[in-house]
Design a protein around this ligand. Structure first.
Ligand code: SF4
Ligand code: SF4
Ligand code: SF4
Length: 322
């Protein structure tokens, strides 16, 4: 059997998804049996010109992790798309914008000022900010453009499969490997996870209790048998796709939503907001603000991994900021 040619690329991400590939442990031997890696900048010294020199569709499967924030990442997404038969959005950042997508709640200038001028550890008396072009005696040095908005991979190029998770779990990777071995790939657009909500697979005790306020997980020791929401701790299970093996719940931590919206849910955050509102025990209008204020960062909680993919997409862009 001719071996598959695999590529891995790391765009706007923390790199955890690259490491997650190695979580399959000895199953890596199965991968080596069926595939050669032809591009993996984080691990092997490939250059962009090596990819440019490949014929179109030379790569069988490209695992692309990370969101699109820089012009370089956008360029590589288009280049790898052209060179690959199958493009996989690998991990929450690539599927939904992920944690880097939270920057869509701010303007580019705010992000730059925070990073280069305002943080307590920054020493920058000349207030120097990164420039796309810097003239030097030897010539011009360029760096990629930092876009106003973080995009998902599918907002940038066509994607065949989505592997959510922060990072994805080994079972998802092995599902794909087995599908390649058997040459039985799922239909295009498939999300490699389960088609239920996390709550559907969670065995914690639910009594349909309502709560008067929410508490932060750092301020309480949760009961390891009871539903977090009913204990007044925000858990994203009602709107989140299952398939992670309930790894946070089993570690007595609430779900933060890294598998993204469950099937039939268009907007992860809106669905979570509605689930949270439905368990409020507050009926008096004047106490609603009290209930809402007990959630320290509602947008960050409800859209932690999915701002870029949501109906909101980002903070409003004023005309002059285009
Ligand atoms: S999905 Fe999570 S682990 Fe993967 S790159 Fe994004 S932040 Fe890192
Ligand atoms: S809200 Fe969280 S703890 Fe409660 S049932 Fe759903 S997944 Fe389980
Ligand atoms: S429990 Fe939630 S946050 Fe934790 S891994 Fe599963 S989907 Fe992600």
């Amino acid at each position: 059997m001719e071996k598959y040619k695999l590529a891995f690329y790391w765009a706007s991400s923390c790199g955890g998804c690259e490491v997650a590939v190695l979580d399959i442990h000895e199953n890596i031997l199965k991968v080596i049996e069926i595939a050669d890696i032809v591009f993996w900048p984080v691990a092997l010294d490939f250059k962009y010109k090596d990819v440019e020199a490949m014929e179109d569709n030379y790569i069988d499967v490209c695992f692309f992790n990370g969101a699109i924030r820089l012009s370089e990442q956008e360029h590589l997404a288009h280049l790898l798309r052209r060179k690959s038969k199958i493009m996989i959005a690998f991990g929450a950042c690539s599927c939904f914008g992920g944690i880097p997508g939270l920057a869509n709640f701010f303007y580019r200038d705010e992000v730059m000022n925070r990073a280069y001028l305002e943080t307590p550890s920054t020493v920058n008396p000349e207030k120097t900010l990164p420039q796309e072009v810097t003239k030097m005696p030897e010539g011009e040095i360029t760096i990629p453009e930092f876009y106003e908005t973080v995009h998902t991979l599918a907002q940038t190029v066509k994607v065949e499969y989505f592997v959510p998770g922060c990072p994805p779990v080994p079972d998802q990777i092995m599902t794909l490997v087995e599908a390649l071995i058997k040459k039985e790939l799922p239909p295009e657009g498939t999300v490699i996870a389960e088609n239920k909500t996390l709550c559907d697979t969670c065995e914690r005790l639910r009594e349909e209790k309502v709560v008067p306020e929410f508490k932060r997980i750092v301020d309480v020791i949760p009961d390891n048998k009871k539903c977090f929401l009913e204990e007044g701790i925000i858990c994203c299970g009602p709107a989140t796709r299952s398939g992670c093996g309930n790894r946070c719940i089993n570690a007595n931590q609430p779900c933060r939503g890294c598998f993204g919206p469950a099937p039939e849910i268009d907007d992860h955050g809106a669905k979570l907001l509605s689930a949270i509102a439905s368990i409020s025990s507050i009926n008096e209008e004047e106490r609603v603000a009290e209930f809402v204020n007990s959630i320290p960062d509602p947008a960050g909680y409800f859209y932690r991994f999915t701002v870029a993919q949501s109906m909101l997409k980002r903070k409003l862009i004023k005309e002059e900021k285009k």
